[in-house]
Every structure is written in structure tokens, then in C-alpha cells.
Design a protein. Structure first.
Lengths: 281, 760, 157
């Protein structure tokens, strides 16, 4: 097996194009396990962890620009920064353990596309856009179009996720994240969820609710959002329960997932509504 | 009586073998490296039960790096293991498999990956037969027989008095059925052995294990060699809790057979998945319990039927069955008791020894009953237990009378006091609160399981340093430190001058397995006696050196001191040198034998244990109404330990055992698929508590010394598991206003229950 | 392929197979068996090492990724003048070591924490050690040891 470490992003996608059986690898916290267990046998590993273009983390005209190789720990450490959406930094901070977070990347969490990925629901409520690059050029895909099934995305084999863009208007407002697992530390989500709220003139002008691990991909909960817009907070729980489609598996029962998602989302909304919006328009 | 002033006993000393551990220098079995070392890996059946039609190893033999492949057909030796009779287990399954994960072939290669790859090239043809997967299926006479004699592994009765008469006298009766689930040891070091053939026709097995002599016997038998040709050395062991001996025999024997055949060292180092699937688990239980009492709370009768799921092979089921039997009645005075305890075979990974050994399961049932009884009587749960608590001179469930060292009432009094100090919380929209207590007992020493003998040696060199040898193993529980403390105390030397030998079957004496919380008590007693013999030589010699033969002499602070005029003192190394040259023996090998158990095998009435540890636990919890998550606000574990030899070590044992009990009660459960395969054989899906899940255990010790233990000490390794699990169940029951009948009661169970209630 | 990295302050220059795991490079190639394997899936933390001062799971890391980094294993943890590091001292004194298998990983994760915060709160310690499993101690004395080590380090400053 060959290991390549390109210095520029064009090199990376060119390597991938030229070589069959090649895989991009960043932190490797998901991929390495499959590889060490001989469940996947790539001929080439293309290590993209240190590509400059993938490590950018800055506020740009169009919004927040996060390179795909930004470490999960880096994101998590930005929890106290007012310009970082809280749901995303909280989601990042809830992944695994410090040892995992110091290796794992945002791009990895996204491309692995596990239904329980903790950055996914936050990215959904932030209306994130994913920038993909290949030798054919660059394209941008909205978050909800990106995930098509458990561990399946529309990213083509040779495409490299280059960056995540959080649109400018998602950077004002308040957001929150919730996760629960079988234990309190080092745990995979049984369910997770994120809420984004923007208030204008004391009223909710925008609300987006997303949940993970309750469907094949992270999903928006439109019925629950409607209930909030209408001001019918008592309907949130039943709206959530109707919309989500959790299954029972080794991590949790369908019944538990349904109940806890509904309660947690309701609680999050109530709490967020009490907070003053930051940078209110 | 004045409390004796000790130099080292009762002091907060550091673990004597801790330095190597904090520096990373300590070698565990998987850390050993020998020239020419090969690696072994087993091929396991994925089918839970069936007839082996064929095992095709041809591709494995051609695989890169592979040197050797054994199957049940071509393995030399008897191919037989098992901790106890009926010795019904093979090293490699030959005609049939009985659980998913059972080893059917063994591959040896240059690297572990190559051995693993070789194993994956083996094709198994197994004709599946109908698996027996539950207690009810095992009991059903129509079910297939897992072993020739049927599906009952072992069954025994405990009969005291007459329960029918007892219940007739009862004013109040409570009945219930209680269940517990599979728990996995989850020691952080998976099982590992490294076998090295010697040039002298002998063979050495370095093993992570609890009972090296047990290993030696079984491995020698499988090699067709006399035990004296086999040497087992216990390496630093990364936790065991009862879980490693079955596997150490299995992989030790397989590696030894390969090492002999190839003339090269062979290592086997289990993956975590292999450790979970291929090594013993805690017996799940279903316990039917009936308690009768008078309206003033006096217990009059208990009738208990215990069913334990023993899995595919006997392992330690017979002993666990007996221990459950003996402890099910609890630490109470009851005139009429009838208990039946049965272990059944099923086609799953075999159940065996796990810290607690049947006591956690029955204590959960028994203590749930006590709370239910208290509720029915309108009595305070502490009062009810106090009223019935065993006192010195009482006859316990086996009719054994202890005149000393019965501290259960004292522990209840401590808990009663502490309960008053608990902060009161009022439930609200977000949180629910509850408090629970439990009382328990755990027999110390082998008891009904056999003769309890320990051989210990103490040897002083001319420079005044001391070497202690004993066949009991250090597993992290601090036994080495305790033995060093005892020796240092008796001989008056500083702790740093005492070394406790590695447990090497060539150089220490067979002291039985390191189990049953017996190390401090029976082991310590042997060390004490051996040290006293050496002391006698030193005292006699010092007497001569003082020119006062026979005068009272004290050994303390590294000196021999004339009691009559303490300024007269001689450094101990000088006394030792003089003793050596004068011909006084400076070494002693002693056997300490616990008073043998002596009981009727049909009724289990008689003297069984040398002492019991008693305990009462208090737990206050808070439940989050949104997630069902439980936070333990306060946990107090109060145990009568006889005498605290090492307070730090003791606290560590109680804190550690308590968290395992908490895991059993709340977080952990090994789950099988409907077909009988374990589906959560990794740490992602098996919820071992992390530091964020810890409970704030506070340790309080009561000292009611036993003359059967050194300085009065009893063991405490196992008791906290039962105490914590039961107190938790009672706290949750109190919080929910509904009796918890099944463990683990997880946050999922709690939230679903709360949600059902909301709907009404 | 060739990798160069600093291991416990010693420069290393090695030819390795790209498929090698970092943990095997340390334990087998370099003979540093202080780093342990408890699960092989990055769950239990027994394999924790510090790379550029940050704790990572060496069992799910390609050895290739160590190139150009500064690696610390338990063998490199010491105090001044060959003494024990305050963490090692505190773990011993507080009884935070029982079987010792989780200890190297615990100490390294704790070291990284204390280098960032000398007076961590209990919550911060729990978060920092959330990926280091211990089955023997119940964690109580580990918490105490980390707090004590923090104090000892403060005193030394």
C-alpha cells in the first residue's frame, strides 16, 4: 500500500484521479479502523490532513469558511467565541473523547456520514454548504442534498470535500445542540439534535430544527418548526414524534429515541427562546 | 482495651509495586518479547450450536507467515479444560460447537495479523442445530441437551427450619421475581499469555492470570507432562475480577502445545472482541423470592428459587450456584429458610467467576424484598433491617454461629446517621429524586468450595532486607502491599526493605486461586505466621547479643530493642547477620489453613466461611426527566472489614467495586442476537462507565476483628459490588414509586416509564 | 516510506511500511511497551500518547502521521533530575494506581491538561480524561491525583 502526502489541493485530487483504489484520509478515526481490520484494502492512501487550503478557518464575505481538515478539537475549543455558532462547537465538543477530537476532522465527520455524526444536525440547522473539488472543478452542495443514506453521500469517489461554508445570515441568532448516549463520556449518540432560532422584534423570524440518528440521514423537522412559528409550544413534542423515524438497534430502542428527541428539542427551544438573541438585526 | 499502636498496619502507604506502573516499566504479558516469538490466533465459530462437519485448513496453511494450524482433530494431548468438574470444555471444539465464539482452530504465524489472516482463511462447515438460548428453553424437557447429562449444570439446596410453618406464622408476605443480566469484566488489559520453551525440557508460561498453579496443572495435563516440568509466571496483570483464569488456561495450553511443537516462543494476545465473546461473563439470574414476617417486622421465613444462566460450559457455575445459595437470605436472623439454586446450560458464552460471584444477583433480590416488606409493614427500611440484623452469637442462614466479627448492625447505624444528614431535594419539572439503602454480607475465603490453604514464605537476608513469597497474585487490588505491610510490621523493618516475589510456580507455594476476597485474610494469616517464625530467630539472637537471653525484645524501626531499657538497641541487619552465622533459621515456609468448612451437603447447614464481610450502602440519586439520566448525588459504602490494613488500598477496592456494581445495576448489559450471538462485543456498544459516569463513593470502615485474619482483617474486594447495585435499585424504585425488578435499569427504561406515566 | 520524528526528545529516523499503526511502531519497532492496547478501536484510551502536546489514540493512527511531530510516551515522562513527574508522584500517593494498565494513558492525558490549566476544575479533569477508561479504581483517586499534581506543579513554579 502506498501513502501519499500531497502539498497542494490540486495535487491531492490529481493523485486520486490517476490512481484506482485510492482513498482520502484525514484524521482516520473512522477510516483507520476499517483499514486496520482489513475491511477495506485501498492501494493508495492520500493524506490530506495538512493541506493549507483545508485548514482555513475564517469569516469571509459569504459567511464562515471552515476548511474540511479543521480539527474537531479546534472547533470545540471555539465554544466561547461569540462569532462561532454554538450548536456547531457544542456538537464538535460532544464527539468521542479528547484523543479522538485531536485527530478527527470536520470533513471526516461529514464524509463518514454516520447518522449519528454530531456535527451533522448543527450543519443542517445552519444551512451549511459543502464545497467539493475534483480535477473537473469545484461544486457547492447544500447540506440537505449531500446526505443520501446511512454512510452515503453524493460525493463522488474522487471528489474531495474542501470546505464547509456557513452562510452569513446563519451567524446571527442563537443555536443549541443536544446529544445523549449510553454513557456520559466517550459515547456515540443514541440521538442528537440541533436548533437554530433568529428573533426579530421579539418574535421568531426563523427557526430550523434538525435531528440525527432518528432517520437514515439527519433531517429537518418542519412540523415542529411550524409549531414554533405559530407559537404553539405545547405541540412541539408531538410534532417531533410524528416526524422522526427512529429504529431500535443495539444503541437504543425506537421508543426511547422518540421520547428523548421530542423532550430534548422542546427543552432546547424553550431555553433558546428565553435567551437574548446575539447580534439581533 | 487499648488500641495497639502499629508502625505500618493501618497506615496510608503507597502501593509497593506502583513505581513500575507509573513509569511504564512494568511488563504485562503482551509486552514480552523473545527472539523467534510467534503469534497465535483462534478461529471461532460464528454459529452458536451445531455439529462440526469439516474444518478446511488448507488455505490457512498456505497463508503468508503461517507456521502451524491445530484443530480439535489434530491437537496433541487430551484437549480438555474447565475450572471444575465436570471438566466439560475443550481447548478446540471437536465434534460440536456449543456457543458462538467457541474456538475451533488455532493458527500460529510470524505476526498477529498474519495469524488472524490465516484464521480467516479457514473454512468451517457446521450443521446448525437448534440452540437453547434462555432459562425457560433450558428447563424445557423437550429442548435439545447441550451436554450428555442434560441442561442442568448444578443444583443445590439450603434448608433451615421449616418454611411452611414459618409462612403459616407470618402476618405479612411479599413475593416477587427479580432478574439480572450479563455483565462483562471489561478489564482494560485483554487476556494474554506468552509461552517460552526452555532448553532444558521445561516450558514457561508467562500469563495475565489469577491462579498460576491452576494454570500449571491444566496446561501440564494438556501437554501430557508432569506439572513439575511446567512453570507459570504471573506477569503484571491488568485487572482480572475473576475473568482471566478460564481463558489463560485455554490460550496458555494452545500456545504451549504450539511452542512445544515448533520449539519457539508463542504469544497470544486477545482482541477486545475476543475477550468479550471468548471469556466468561457474569451469570444472568432469575430469582423467585418470598419473604414472610410478623407485623412487628421480625422475619420468620424466606423461600428462594435461583436460576442462573451458565452458558455453554460449567466453568465456575457450581461454585457460583453455591455462593448464591448461601448468601440469598441476606445478613439477617431467620429461623426458616429454603433456597434452591440452579445453574443451567445454554448455548451462549459460558458464565463464570466475576467479582461478587452470585452475591450481587441474590442481594438485589433480597434487598428489593426487604424494601417491599418495609413498605407493606409501614416500617422504615433501616429499622426493618436493624430489627433483623445478625448479631454476634446468632445463627445465620447456614446455621453457622459467629461469636465475633459481626458488624452488620454497626454499618446500619452509620447509614442511619448519615441518612439524616442527606440534603433534602424536592422534585420538579426537570428532576426526580430518590434515596435507597441496602445491606449485605459476603463470605470471606473459599468456604464450601474447598480447602482453603495458603503457603507463604518469609526470608530475611543478612542485610536486613526481606523476601516474601506467596502463591496469591497481585491484580491491582493491593495484596502485595498488604503482605509487605504485615511482614514489615512483624519484623520491625521499614516497608521499603520488604519485597514480595513475582508469583512464579517454581518459587512460591501453591496457595489456591486468588479469589473470594481471601488474600488479606487467609493469605495474610500465612504471611503473618511465617514472619513470626523469622521474628523468633531474630528475637532469640538479639537476646543473646544483649546478654539477656529470653528477655522481652521488640522489633521496631529497623532495630531490635530491649523492652526493659529501650536505649539498648541493635540494628536489625546486625541481628540478622549474627543469626545467620549462629545458625538460627531466617526463612520460614508456613501453611495457613482456614478452618475447614463442615456442613451437610443436602441442606448446606454447618460452618462454611471463616468470616463474613458485612455492609450497608446508602445512595441518593437524581433523575433527569428529559433524558432519564441518573446522577448519583451521594453514595456511602460502609463495611465491617475486621481491621483496616491499608486504608488507601481499601478505599480503592471499595470505590472500584462500587462502580462495577453501579455498572451492573444501571449501565452494562451484554446483548445476544435472537440467534445467540453477542452483538455488543466492543466498548462502543458496551457501556463501561467512564470518569464522567463515576459515582462519588465515600468509604466508611467498621472494624470488628476476626481472629481468623491477620490483625483481625477480613477481605473487601467483592462486597461493594452487591451493596452498590442493590442500593441503586432501591433508590430508583423510591424515585419512581415503582419497584425495579430487572437489572440493569437504564436511563432508557426510566424515561420510558416516566413517559408512560405522563400519558395517564 | 521514511519518517522522522522526535520521540521523548530523541530524534528518530525510520523506514516503515505505510500500513503500520502508530502503536505498533512504538511498542514493536521502538520497544516502548509502556503504551498499551486495550481495545484497538480508539475507545479505551490505554494507547494514549501525546503528539505535539495533544493526546491522541495511537491504536487508530497511522504511524506515517507521526512524521515531523513531537511524540511523548510514558517512558518520556519524568520530573527534573530523573525524579518522578508530579503526576507520577501524585498517582502513587493518592492510590490512583491499582492494576496500572490504564495508568500510562491517564498520566499522559492528565499531563496535557495540566500543561494547559494548572488548576482544572473537577469537570475539566473529567472532560480531559473522558477517553481513558479505568475498571479498577472507580476514578475517585485519579481525580484527586490530578488535582494534587496540579498543586505540586504550581509549587514548583
Amino acid at each position: 500500500m502506498e501513502y501519499l502526502k500531497p502539498k497542494k489541493i490540486e495535487e491531492a485530487v490529481t493523485f486520486a484521479e490517476k490512481r484506482d483504489q485510492s482513498l482520502y484520509i484525514a484524521g482516520g478515526t473512522d477510516l483507520s479502523i476499517l483499514f486496520f481490520d482489513s475491511k477495506i484494502k485501498p492501494e493508495v492512501l492520500i493524506d490530506i490532513t495538512d493541506l493549507e487550503e483545508l485548514k482555513i478557518l475564517e469569516e469571509r464575505k459569504e459567511g464562515l469558511y471552515l476548511g474540511a481538515a479543521v480539527l474537531i478539537s479546534q472547533l470545540a475549543n471555539l465554544k466561547t467565541k461569540k462569532w462561532m455558532p454554538l450548536c456547531l462547537t457544542q456538537g464538535a465538543g460532544a464527539i468521542g473523547s479528547p484523543q479522538i477530537r485531536n485527530l478527527a476532522t470536520l470533513g471526516g465527520n461529514i464524509c463518514n456520514a454516520s447518522p449519528c455524526g454530531d456535527t451533522l444536525a448543527p450543519l443542517v440547522v445552519l444551512d451549511a454548504v459543502f464545497k467539493l473539488r475534483s480535477t473537473q472543478g469545484v461544486r457547492e452542495v447544500p447540506v440537505l442534498d449531500f446526505f443520501i443514506g446511512p454512510k452515503r453521500t453524493i460525493r463522488k469517489e474522487k471528489e474531495l470535500l474542501e470546505a464547509v461554508i456557513i452562510p452569513k445570515e446563519s451567524l446571527t441568532g442563537v443555536s443549541g445542540f443536544f446529544k445523549t448516549g449510553k454513557r456520559k463520556g466517550q459515547t456515540i449518540s443514541q440521538v442528537n439534535s440541533a436548533v437554530y432560532i433568529k428573533k426579530e422584534g421579539g418574535r421568531v423570524s426563523k427557526i430550523r430544527i434538525a435531528a440525527g440518528s432518528v432517520a437514515p440521514t439527519p433531517i429537518r423537522l418542519k412540523k415542529a418548526e411550524e409549531a414554533v412559528i405559530k407559537g404553539n409550544l405545547e405541540e412541539i413534542e408531538s410534532a417531533v414524534m410524528e416526524e422522526i423515524k427512529p429504529i431500535s438497534d443495539i444503541r437504543g430502542s425506537e421508543e426511547y429515541r422518540r421520547i428523548v428527541t421530542a423532550k430534548a428539542i422542546k427543552e432546547m427551544i424553550v431555553t433558546l427562546l428565553k435567551e437574548d438573541s446575539r447580534n439581533e438585526n | 482495651m487499648k488500641e495497639k499502636e502499629y508502625s505500618v498496619i493501618g497506615k496510608r502507604v503507597n502501593k509497593v509495586d506502583g513505581l513500575e506502573l507509573v513509569t511504564g516499566k512494568a511488563k504485562f504479558a503482551g509486552d514480552l518479547r523473545f527472539p523467534g516469538m510467534l503469534h497465535g490466533y483462534a478461529k471461532r465459530s460464528e454459529i452458536p450450536t451445531g455439529i462440526i462437519k469439516s474444518i478446511d485448513i488448507s488455505k490457512a496453511l498456505e497463508a503468508p507467515g503461517v507456521h502451524l494450524v491445530f484443530t480439535g482433530e489434530n491437537i496433541p494431548g487430551p484437549n480438555l479444560i474447565g475450572i471444575l468438574p465436570p471438566f466439560d470444555q475443550t481447548l478446540l471444539a471437536k465434534d460440536r460447537v456449543r456457543y458462538a465464539g467457541e474456538s475451533v482452530a488455532f493458527v500460529v504465524a510470524e505476526t498477529k495479523n498474519q495469524a488472524k489472516n490465516g484464521a480467516s482463511q479457514i473454512t468451517l462447515e457446521i450443521e446448525p442445530t437448534k440452540p437453547v438460548l434462555s432459562l425457560d428453553e433450558a428447563l424445557d424437557p423437550a429442548s435439545p441437551k447441550i451436554h450428555p447429562d442434560g441442561n442442568v449444570t448444578f443444583s443445590r439446596n439450603l434448608i433451615k427450619g421449616d418454611v411452611d410453618l414459618g409462612f403459616a406464622e407470618a402476618d405479612v408476605i411479599v413475593e416477587g421475581v427479580y432478574e439480572t443480566s450479563y455483565q462483562e469484566h471489561a478489564y482494560i488489559e485483554p487476556e494474554a499469555v506468552c509461552v517460552v520453551p526452555g532448553g532444558d525440557g521445561r516450558i514457561t508460561i508467562y500469563a495475565s492470570c489469577q491462579s498460576p498453579f491452576h494454570l500449571r496443572g491444566h496446561i501440564a495435563a494438556n501437554l501430557g507432562q508432569p506439572a513439575s516440568k511446567v512453570r507459570v509466571v504471573q506477569t503484571y496483570t491488568g485487572g482480572s475480577f475473576g475473568g482471566k483464569d478460564d481463558v489463560a488456561v485455554e490460550i496458555g495450553a494452545l500456545a504451549a502445545l504450539a511452542a512445544v511443537k515448533l520449539g519457539r516462543p508463542v504469544m497470544v494476545n486477545h482482541d477486545r472482541e475476543e475477550s468479550i465473546i471468548g471469556s466468561n461473563l457474569r451469570h444472568p439470574s432469575r430469582i423467585k423470592y418470598k419473604t414472610g414476617a410478623k407485623k412487628d417486622g421480625t422475619l420468620v421465613a424466606k423461600q428462594v428459587e435461583i436460576l442462573l444462566d451458565g452458558g455453554a460450559y460449567a466453568s465456575e457455575s457450581p461454585f457460583v450456584t453455591m455462593k448464591a445459595l448461601i448468601h440469598a437470605a441476606g445478613p439477617y436472623r431467620i429461623p426458616n429458610v429454603h433456597i434452591k439454586s440452579t445453574a443451567l446450560y445454554t448455548n451462549k458464552t459460558y458464565s463464570g467467576a466475576f467479582r461478587g460471584f452470585g452475591v450481587p444477583q441474590v442481594t438485589f433480590a433480597s434487598e428489593s424484598q426487604m424494601d417491599e416488606l418495609a413498605a407493606k409493614l409501614g416500617m422504615d427500611p433501616v429499622e426493618l433491617r436493624k430489627k433483623n440484623a445478625l448479631l454476634p452469637g446468632d445463627s445465620n442462614a447456614t446455621g453457622q454461629v459467629f461469636k465475633e466479627s459481626v458488624g452488620i448492625l454497626d454499618t446500619l447505624q452509620v447509614i442511619e446517621r448519615e441518612r439524616e444528614k442527606l440534603k433534602e431535594f424536592k422534585g420538579d419539572d426537570h428532576y426526580l429524586y430518590g434515596t435507597g439503602i441496602s445491606s449485605m454480607l459476603q463470605g470471606i475465603s473459599n468456604g464450601a468450595e474447598g480447602i482453603d490453604v495458603v503457603g507463604a514464605s518469609v526470608q530475611m537476608s543478612q542485610d536486613g532486607s526481606v523476601l516474601v513469597g506467596i502463591g496469591l497474585t497481585e491484580l491491582g487490588q493491593g495484596s502485595r502491599t498488604v503482605f509487605a505491610q504485615i511482614t514489615a510490621e512483624v519484623l520491625g523493618v521499614p516497608l521499603e526493605k520488604v519485597t514480595v516475589k513475582t508469583v512464579d510456580t517454581d518459587s512460591v507455594h501453591d496457595s489456591g486461586p486468588t479469589v473470594a476476597s481471601r488474600s488479606t485474610t487467609v493469605g495474610g494469616k500465612a504471611v503473618l505466621t511465617a514472619a513470626e517464625a523469622v521474628k523468633e530467630s531474630l528475637v532469640t539472637m538479639a537476646g543473646l547479643m544483649f546478654n539477656s537471653p529470653g528477655a522481652p525484645i521488640v522489633l521496631k524501626d529497623n532495630f531490635a530493642i530491649l523492652e526493659a531499657s529501650p536505649e539498648a538497641r541493635i540494628p536489625l541487619d546486625q541481628v540478622a547477620t549474627a543469626a545467620y552465622w549462629t545458625g538460627f533459621p531466617l526463612m520460614n515456609l508456613t501453611f495457613s489453613k482456614a478452618p475447614p468448612s463442615n456442613y451437610d451437603h443436602d441442606t448446606h447447614q454447618g460452618d462454611i466461611y471463616v468470616a463474613y464481610n458485612y455492609g450497608t450502602h446508602l445512595m441518593q440519586i437524581r433523575i433527569d426527566r428529559i433524558t432519564g439520566e441518573v446522577t448519583v448525588l451521594r453514595h456511602l459504602a460502609c463495611h465491617d472489614v475486621g481491621k483496616v490494613i491499608n486504608p488507601k488500598g481499601l478505599e480503592g477496592q471499595v470505590e472500584g467495586g462500587s462502580l462495577i456494581g453501579f455498572g451492573l445495576a444501571h449501565m452494562e448489559k451484554i446483548v445476544h442476537s435472537p440467534e445467540g450471538r453477542i452483538i455488543n462485543s466492543n466498548f462502543a456498544d458496551y457501556a463501561v462507565p467512564t470518569i464522567k459516569d463515576r459515582i462519588p463513593t465515600e468509604v466508611v470502615s467498621i472494624e470488628k476483628p476476626t481472629s481468623n485474619g491477620p490483625f483481625g482483617a477480613k477481605g473487601v474486594g467483592e462486597p461493594p459490588v452487591a451493596g452498590t447495585a442493590s442500593a441503586f435499585a432501591n433508590a430508583v424504585s423510591a424515585a419512581l414509586g415503582k419497584r425495579v425488578k430487572k437489572l440493569p435499569v437504564t436511563k432508557e427504561d426510566i424515561l420510558i416509564l416516566l413517559s408512560e406515566r405522563e400519558k395517564k | 516510506m521514511r519518517i522522522r520524528f522526535l520521540c521523548n526528545n530523541e530524534q528518530r529516523d525510520l523506514e516503515i511500511d505505510p500500513s503500520l499503526r502508530a502503536i505498533d511502531l512504538l511498542r514493536d519497532t521502538l520497544g516502548l511497551t509502556g503504551t498499551k492496547e486495550g481495545c484497538g478501536k480508539g475507545e479505551c484510551g490505554a494507547c494514549t500518547i501525546l503528539v505535539n502536546g495533544k493526546p491522541v489514540s495511537s491504536c487508530i493512527m497511522l504511524a506515517a502521521k507521526l512524521d515531523g511531530t513531537r511524540v511523548e510516551t510514558i517512558e518520556g515522562v519524568k520530573g527534573k533530575d530523573e525524579e518522578l513527574h508530579p503526576l507520577q508522584q501524585a498517582f502513587l500517593e493518592e492510590g490512583a494506581v491499582q492494576c496500572g494498565f490504564c495508568t500510562p494513558g491517564m498520566i499522559l492525558s492528565s499531563k496535557a491538561l495540566l500543561e494547559e490549566k494548572s488548576k482544572p476544575t473537577e469537570e475539566e479533569i473529567q472532560e480531559a480524561l473522558s477517553g481513558n477508561f479505568c475498571r479498577c479504581t472507580g476514578y475517585g483517586k485519579i481525580l484527586k491525583a490530578v488535582k494534587k499534581a496540579g498543586q505540586l506543579l504550581e509549587e514548583k513554579r
